[in-house]
Write a protein that binds this ligand. Structure first.
Ligand SMILES: NC(=O)c1ccc[n+]([C@@H]2O[C@H](COP(=O)([O-])OP(=O)(O)OC[C@H]3O[C@@H](n4cnc5c(N)ncnc54)[C@H](O)[C@@H]3O)[C@@H](O)[C@H]2O)c1
Ligand SMILES: [Fe+2]
Length: 384
């Protein structure tokens, strides 16, 4: 077996109501004044109440940063860093989706050193340390609570990643109760994002390993078995809990066996058309899977019956075709758009999208089949 490295969040608490323990956890880490990074919807829904109450009880001052927006723009993050530096923040808490958690992670490293953000984009380029940090996801999801990754929208509408081990938080707090009110269309999109993390980790070209494979299989068992129930019956606690655990396991997998062409082709859709991250993945997924068959059919055939139980016992070719068809059907089944034309893309946009996708070499190097500009254009054309 080839050598591998595996890193993840050191401490994980999975328990209903566990955000009420955040105050005690921050106090144990010696924090006295924390930034609380979230968005206005999370605050309005009361999802931050238990954690804010616990911080108050622990006598920790709180500076709320609630102007996070989806696909966090760089200038919003830098403004928050200035505020935090001015306020003398010594710890970071985030309760929210991937956009809030990714913002929190960058604030934690940018407050911990004077390195400019422009020098952090890429893999392993963060030089300093970071402030103590606890993350609690409210979507299931990005897995950001266990990954060394933050995704930022830069001034040029390009989505860039900072990938460095300092971005892994001290604690991940999983409280499935926070996800019970998540609307069906966000449950569907974020759930498919998590499934794509597991699938792309399982076929990741250079770094897949026995741990990432095991986590990816288990993640797909949980996510594939619960995504329909979680979308149709949001109050179903078991389905919600399976989704949250599944997205964390998928996060652990792709944090160590990175994602590839599905994400590379999805990012330009987020950057230019503000298509939510999970939906942009879902729109290109079946066509990228089809393209990748040449390099990954054996692996896809192993995953197919885990996700789609009716594919058990089928031949490799049948299982692979069934998986592509299954994902083509899943979008409409879950009430999502299924074609690029439905999110404002037309034929004239496709060359620009393919050019931008090819800039995502950080991701494309992990793809099981070499991606070219022509292939990317063909995939977008099929997805239109
Ligand atoms: N760091 C990583 O490893 C990683 C991985 C994948 C994606 N991402 C990034 O994460 C971002 C997407 O994150 P996301 O998909 O979690 O969505 P998000 O954080 O952008 O949130 C989407 C919407 O859902 C709302 N919302 C969140 N939780 C809710 C709840 N419980 N109830 C009701 N509404 C709720 C938010 O207010 C927001 O309006 C993108 O920028 C993407 O690039 C990061
Ligand atoms: Fe993703």
């Amino acid at each position: 077996m080839h050598a591998f490295q595996f890193q993840t969040t050191k401490s994980i608490l999975s328990e209903v109501g566990s955000t009420s323990k955040i105050g005690g956890i921050m106090a144990d880490m010696g924090c006295e004044k924390v930034a609380f990074v979230t968005d206005k919807i999370i605050l309005e829904l009361g999802l931050a109440k238990a954690s804010l109450d616990s911080l108050k009880e622990a006598k920790i001052d709180v500076h709320i940063i609630d102007d996070v927006v989806a696909d966090p723009p760089e200038e919003m993050i830098l403004k928050a860093v200035d505020e935090c530096k001015g306020a003398g923040i010594d710890g970071i808490v985030s309760v929210g989706g991937g956009s809030s958690m990714d913002t929190a992670k960058l604030i934690a490293v940018l407050c911990g050193s004077d390195q400019p953000i422009s020098e952090m984009y890429g893999v392993g380029l963060v030089k300093g340390g970071r402030l103590p940090m606890v993350l609690a996801p409210t979507t299931a999801g990005t897995g950001s609570e266990v990954t060394p990754i933050s995704i930022v929208t830069t001034g040029t509408n390009e989505k860039k990643g900072v990938v460095s081990h300092q971005l892994i938080p001290d604690w991940a707090i999983l409280d499935a109760e926070l996800t019970v009110g998540l609307p069906a269309h966000i449950t569907a999109a974020t759930g498919i994002d998590a499934m794509v993390h597991a699938i792309e980790a399982f076929t990741s070209k250079h770094k897949k390993n026995i741990l990432s494979d095991t986590l990816a299989r288990q993640a797909l068992e949980l996510l594939g078995g619960s995504i329909h129930t979680a979308c149709k019956d949001g109050q179903n606690r078991e389905a919600r809990s399976n989704m949250l655990l599944g997205s964390m396991l998928a996060g652990m997998a792709f944090a160590n066996a990175p994602v590839a062409a599905v994400h590379a082709l999805a990012y330009p859709l987020g950057g230019h058309f503000h298509v939510p991250h999970g939906l942009s993945n879902a729109l290109v997924l079946p066509y990228v899977l089809d393209f990748n068959m040449e390099g990954a059919s054996h692996q896809y055939a192993e995953l197919a019956p885990i996700i789609f139980k009716d594919l058990a016992g089928k031949s490799e070719a049948e299982a692979c075709k069934g998986m592509v068809d299954g994902f083509k059907a899943m979008g409409p089944e879950l009430g999502m758009q299924s074609k690029l034309a439905e999110v404002g893309v037309n034929h004239n946009h496709l060359p620009m999208l393919a050019e931008d996708a090819m800039k995502q070499q950080r991701l494309l190097v992990n793809n099981p089949r070499e991606m070219t500009y022509e292939a990317a254009l063909d995939i977008y054309t099929q997805a239109l």
